[in-house]
Design a protein around this ligand. Sequence first.
Ligand code: HEM
Length: 413
Amino acid sequence: MTETVTIPADPAAGGFPSYPMPRAVGCPLDPPPGLMELQAVTPISRVQWWDGSTPWLVTDHADNRTLLADPRISADSTYPQHPHSAPGMRESHQKHGRPFIRMDDPEHNRLRRTVTSPFTVRRVEAMRPAIQLMVDGLIDDMLVGPNPVDLVEAFALVVPSLVICELLGVPYADHDFFQKNSKLCVRRDVDPQRGAEADKQLLSYMAHLIDIKLAEPGDDLMSEVAQRVAAGELSHEEGTRTGQLLLLAGHETTANMITLGTLALLEHPDQLAILRDTDEPKVAAAAVEELLRYLSIVHIGRPRVALEDIEIGGHLIHAGEGVILVGETANRDPSVFPDSDRLDITRDARGHVAFAFGPHQCLGQNLARVELQIVYGTLYRRIPTLRLATTVDQIPFKHDALVYGAHQLPVAW
Ligand code: HEM
């Protein structure tokens, strides 16, 4: 039951529009116009994926939430129709196993439960003073360092990397290694061999770290994981994959939110002024939610497979078919967020799905919120003259990565 869409279907794509779609020139922070058009015309539709398959694409907010929480929808990446985001991933998951983000319950829940305790609101709030101190120190360093500077390298990547290293017990001295390989793992435009090699490098690093933590346990999460491995609660491979997922998700995402959040605010001086002119924590907290909604950095949708026939929105998704749930359009759905393309840090944006929804909802969301609240609440107040040291069209955006962001963001003050 496929409807005709008004956007021109790509003839090379067998009648279905291709996905992912390009963003409009000059609007790097907005979702691709073709996707918004799909949302307006047929929010559940079929598209042509990079491997020639034709999964369903869900672009509106209500259907995203419904399907993300539906137990008939699977995140298991071993199903044949699972829409893998890049070449080589299917083979890699089959050969080297997969992280719990790509498993279903009860396996998913069994593994997720082993690492939830440091991510509760209470535990993360206890980290707030230390994160604040660290952010203040990095800003001190920036102020006495080169001007202009690349914000990504000097600040945006450093904050979440230091935090996740401390939490996991990963030596920060290894940051060049894990940042470089994590970046390769989430890129879709690299040679599959390079992506697979980066994945392997990170896995052997985490496997070795577990062995170190078994010999010399510390007060950190990877030591806990190692103890569970020793107790037989987790296999060594499960502990390794879990550690790799946490290390990667823990820095790559938040770094891009710091980078693009700063760009979005510099491009909206009225919104930046609201944030800069107050030390009220509620203002920074609301700004974080709105920027999560507005930027929706996990911009290539959540991949899933239907386990049973599902009737939704006048369509029948058959058992076994691939489904991609698109957060970046769901978060711009005008029926939920009026005037949805406007950045308004005073709106109530809490219903966004930037951290997804349902069983795979982001494990690190409390931590990401605290980091971003501190950064947005501190950086622009400490450096009120912060400005872009380039033009927007010169910024190298991460168009073809799973997590949207910018490779560099030159700033001056
Ligand atoms: C602003 C920053 C972040 C954003 C936007 C974000 C977004 C997301 C999204 C959309 C998902 C769901 C993916 C899916 O369903 O396929 C997810 C899952 C996950 N995130 Fe985050 N994330 C962020 C920060 C973090 C941090 C700091 C950590 C810490 C380790 C983390 C760890 C995870 C884990 C472990 C999962 C898998 C959860 C599961 O499958 O049960 N994330 N994240």
